[in-house]
Design a protein around this ligand. Sequence first.
Ligand SMILES: [Fe+2]
Ligand SMILES: [Fe+2]
Length: 226
Amino acid sequence: MMRIIRSSTVWLLAPTVMLAFLQGMAQAEDHAYPQTIAVLQELHAKEIMAHHRYQLFSEAALREGHPNIAHLFAALAYSESVHARQFRRILQELHAAVPEVSLTGIRARTTRENLKYATNVELAEIDREYPAYLERIEAEHHEEAQKYIRYAWSAERQHRDLIKQIQSGTGMFFRLLIKRFKTEEHRYFVNRNCGATVTELPRERCPICHQPVSTYIEIPRPVETR
Ligand SMILES: [Fe+2]
Ligand SMILES: [Fe+2]
């Protein structure tokens, strides 16, 4: 009788033990990447905020009568949403939390000021920030995280180059340069895997993540909805 009770207890306990074991494994996996998780959470929040900010900048530019600048900001906003989605995906695969991001306090000013903000704040430190992020997670060797952080860095450099076309316009000759940019209609394409942001489609593969050109989408010109 004792033997029967004991063996049935073992069988009753088995799924619980198994579950605890699996949970332990998941936790062990998380604990193997504490820095990676912290950095991904930080970057995820930044990308969500950047997405929102560029969205507002795009709407402001449209209201001010700068449809080409609105289009550029719409492309940047989409690219940031790609980065946010990839960082969230990796966090979820690591069974890590994806903290809520507060968007209060993010607002647009004039297009002239928004362009300044984009170059002097948003993109000014990327070549210092991204290497620092990569250094923080280096010892943990999470290749997927490393890869997508590098992709995001490369895309931010493209963003900086695109904005630089009109950056000098935020000075004395703003009106003149804005006028010129007004006549230069671009097409913008963003890669749905890495967020690469370009004005011409690559021939075959994305220069950043090497996915086929079919992974790009064209960003439509924003239209005023009022
Ligand atoms: Fe980004
Ligand atoms: Fe790509």
